[in-house]
Structure formats: structure tokens, C-alpha cells
Write a protein that binds this ligand. Structure first.
Ligand code: EPU
Length: 421
């Protein structure tokens, strides 16, 4: 298995470009089966999770091409209703096909999804909501049989603002009669991007970005082709910002949207980094020592601090003077990078949903294993500032969400390489 080797201790300099958000591209690809036409999706990163989604679309009968960073999906032909267990288990976002196929075909035969192990990741809210809209769903040994003869819009009050459930409802509701109102909807920028795509495809969705989303179903103008440019990946941008805060140096991250990075920018500035947003770029500079942020870093649904940034921010926090307290509120197993960081000398304490860290002079190189995507990226950031050599294994997790992380970091001056083996 391939692994990443890092010789730590080099500051980062230069600029790095961010492409489209993985978590926007994935539901938009599922949505492309709704259009019965051609979708041209621009600014797509080249990632393993996206390849897995394209494989599903091809198996369903879509014609798919991927050139550079533009993906074209033609769903005008007949579309199958079945997805294999293997394809569903490749990634969590495959569950978006439940709503999409029900809307397109009135039927979906698939399996519970896979994805990063961040604790129990049920789909009960997805199923409850689609059933409230009129779908009949039977679950047996991980298999999902779903049918609908006539979906009817209604008001759905979500118990928690689940990103995936909000997306699934948006997709299915496009085919339901009347209006569907999602109350306590997820407000993430990726939800707004899905709305933008759906409206460009001729559907009628409003309110994304606020807690109430309205979908008027059953009504569609028929554009022959949808062209959509995906929003920038805020988590990839956060990765380069936290890498610079950890390793030191000065890096300009380009192609970003400032708003979703503002909270992280404020925290890094409080910790002693120079952070400057200009148009669609952010420059981050760290020369001196770091200070722990005063307040607890609490993860929460957008506009709260993103759970995906928690492992990344933990690396500079370990090196800061004073103690940083993290409170993980989104997933029950999202500290799986902690034992690995501790092998590098981080001395992080975890108790339930809290993690306490800080005051470490320097990390030391070690052989560590990624257990999920963002935790794996955090280990690479830690290796950049550790003394000596580190190896990071299980990098297939990292490849799910980063286009060759080692190439981006090498361009910034880091001594990082992928070892094939
Ligand atoms: N939840 C339920 N029941 C459900 C759905 C969710 O209990 O039916 C719970 C989950 O177990 C979790 C919480 O609700 O504790 C939030 O889950 P949510 O549904 O919002 O997350 P998701 O759709 O599974 C997406 C991203 C994740 C990101 C989270 C939170 C995609 C493909 N994944 O997951 O991204 O961490 O939202 O922002 O969009 C990543 O990119 O590495 C990643 C894990």
C-alpha cells in the first residue's frame, strides 16, 4: 500500500489553489439523474470519492465524461434503479441516489452507504423524511427497497440539521406534488450550491442557506443543458491554512470563498497568525509562537465551527501556549487522529466529546495511520512541523478528499513524497 513520507521542519511558502468542494460535487452528481438532460459541472476536483460517484452514474446508464476539471453527465437515456452493495459502500454520499432515483424512476434498490467511520452514521432522518413525502421504504439486511407512486409535498421539521438528509429531501421533493418545506434544514454552503444547480436545471427551490427550504415539486422547465460551476472547497482551504499555521511560513490560498473561512481565520488570528482575506484569496502567515484561543472550539452545524476542520485546527493548537479545549458535537468518533498525534508527542487528552491540548514545544516524527479523511490530513500537517521523518499510512482515506496532497505541499516547499508500495 502507498504511504506518505514527510521530513518535517520546513516552513511553507508560495500559493496554492483550491478547486470545487467535494461535498458539493457529490450530491450534484446524484442530482444529475433528475434532469433527463446534460449537466456540465465545472471546477470539480479529481478525487477518489468523485470517481466512485461517476462509476455509479455509469452503471445506472448515464454517459459520463471527465476532462480536466469538468464533468459532463448525460442522463437523457433510460436510468436503472439499482445500485450494487459494493458501489454503495464506496462512499457515504451514495445515499443521495435514494432521493434522486425515487424522483427519477419512482423506484430505488440500493444498500446502506459506506464512507469514513466517524461513529454511528444512521440514515434514519433520510428514511423518515422520504417516507413522510410518500415513499415506501423497506430495509432488510442493509438492503433498501424504495418505491413511490405519488409523492406529496409537506412540512418536514428535521430533528437535527443533517446535511445528507436535507440534500436527499431536496432531490426527492423535486418530483413530489405541491410544496415541500424543510424546517431546521442544514445551512451549509454546499446546500446552497445544490439549490443553485437544481434551479439552473429548471426546478424550483428557495431558502437554502437559511433554516427553511422550500421546494415546489412536479414543475420543471426543460433547459437542454445545465452548466454549473461548483463552489470552492472550504475544507481544502482550511487544510492549507492549518498546515501553514503549524509549519510556519507564508502561504496564499487562492480560489476561495471568504465567508465560510471567516471563523477559522478569526481563530488562527487569535492564535497569533497573520490572516488576510483579499477578494477570492486568503494569505496566512505564521512567524512567531502560537497562543491557545480563549474560548472552547465547539463544532456545530453551519454557521458553527465545522467538524471537518476540528482535526486540522488541532495541530497548531497542540503547539500553542496555553490550553485549547475542543468540543466535538457532530460525530461520536471524531478524535481518531488523537492517538496518532500522541504518538508524535502531542499529549492530547480526550474525555467524551472534549479534547484538551496545548503547550508542546515540538512534535517528533513517527509512523502513524490515517483512520479517516480529515484526521489523515491532520497527520500530514503534524508531520510537516515534526522533528525528523514521519510516515503516514492508510492514505486511501486522504485521497478521498485531496487531489494529491503531497504535490500541493511540495509546491509550498515541504519535503513530502508518496512512496508506492
Ligand atoms: N445523523 C443522524 N441521522 C441521519 C443523518 C445524520 O443521526 O439520518 C447524524 C449523524 O450521525 C451525525 C450528524 O447527524 O452525527 C450530522 O450528520 P450529517 O447528516 O449532517 O452529515 P453527513 O451528510 O453524513 C456531511 C459531510 C461530512 C461532514 C458532515 C457535517 C458529505 C458527503 N459529507 O456528512 O463530510 O462532516 O456533513 O458537516 O457531504 C468529509 O468530507 O470528510 C465529511 C465527513
Amino acid at each position: 500500500m502507498d504511504y506518505i513520507k514527510v521530513e518535517g521542519g520546513r516552513a511553507l511558502t508560495g500559493s496554492v489553489r483550491v478547486y470545487g468542494a467535494k461535498n458539493s460535487v457529490l450530491p450534484i452528481l446524484a442530482a444529475s439523474v433528475l434532469t433527463s438532460g446534460v449537466s456540465v459541472i465545472e471546477n470539480c476536483p479529481r478525487l477518489k470519492d468523485i470517481d466512485a460517484m461517476l462509476a455509479i452514474l455509469r452503471a445506472l446508464g448515464c454517459e459520463v465524461t471527465a476532462e480536466e476539471r469538468t464533468i459532463t453527465v448525460d442522463s437523457s437515456g433510460p436510468i436503472a434503479a439499482e445500485i450494487s452493495a459494493e458501489q454503495m459502500s464506496a462512499l457515504r454520499a451514495s445515499i443521495a441516489f435514494l432521493g434522486a432515483l425515487l424522483a427519477r424512476n419512482g423506484r430505488a434498490e440500493l444498500f446502506v452507504p459506506g464512507g469514513c467511520e466517524l461513529g454511528s452514521r444512521p440514515i434514519d432522518i433520510h428514511l423518515w423524511a422520504l417516507m413522510r413525502l410518500g415513499a415506501k421504504i423497506r430495509q432488510q439486511d442493509g438492503r433498501l427497497h424504495a418505491t413511490v407512486s405519488r409523492g406529496n409535498g409537506c412540512e418536514l421539521v428535521l430533528p437535527i440539521p443533517s446535511v445528507g438528509a436535507t440534500e436527499n429531501i431536496m432531490l426527492f421533493a423535486t418530483a413530489c406534488g405541491g410544496e415541500t418545506v424543510i424546517v431546521n434544514a442544514a445551512r451549509e454552503p454546499e446546500i446552497v450550491d445544490l439549490q443553485t444547480y437544481l434551479n439552473a436545471a429548471g426546478f424550483s427551490v428557495s431558502g437554502a442557506g437559511s433554516p427553511v427550504i422550500r421546494i415546489v415539486g412536479g414543475r420543471k422547465t426543460q433547459p437542454t443543458q445545465v452548466v454549473h460551476r461548483v463552489i470552492p472547497d472550504r475544507i481544502a482551504a482550511a487544510t492549507w491554512m492549518c498546515a501553514t499555521a503549524s509549519a510556519g511560513g507564508e502561504v496564499m490560498v487562492t480560489g476561495v470563498e471568504p465567508e465560510p473561512l471567516a471563523l477559522l481565520g478569526e481563530l488562527l488570528a487569535e492564535m497569533g497568525c497573520g490572516v488576510q482575506f483579499v477578494a477570492d484569496a486568503v494569505t496566512i502567515r505564521r512567524v512567531g509562537s502560537l497562543q491557545a484561543p480563549r474560548a472552547t472550539v465547539r463544532t456545530g452545524p453551519y454557521p458553527g465551527f465545522p467538524t471537518d476542520m476540528q482535526p486540522l485546527l488541532m495541530v497548531p493548537a497542540v503547539l500553542a501556549h496555553g490550553q485549547t479545549v475542543f468540543e466535538e458535537n457532530m460525530f461520536d468518533s471524531r478524535y481518531r487522529h488523537v492517538p496518532e498525534l500522541n504518538r508524535m508527542g502531542a499529549e492530547i487528552m480526550v474525555s467524551g466529546k472534549y479534547a484538551l491540548c496545548g503547550g508542546i514545544e515540538r512534535l517528533r516524527g513517527a509512523s502513524v495511520c490515517a483512520a479517516d479523511l480529515r484526521g489523515g490530513a491532520a497527520l500530514v500537517c503534524a508531520a510537516l512541523c515534526a522533528e525528523g521523518e514521519s510516515t503516514i499510512r492508510n492514505i486511501e482515506y486522504i485521497d478521498r478528499g485531496y487531489e494529491s496532497i503531497e504535490d500541493s505541499l511540495r509546491l509550498l516547499g515541504a519535503d513530502v513524497r508518496r512512496v508506492r508500495g
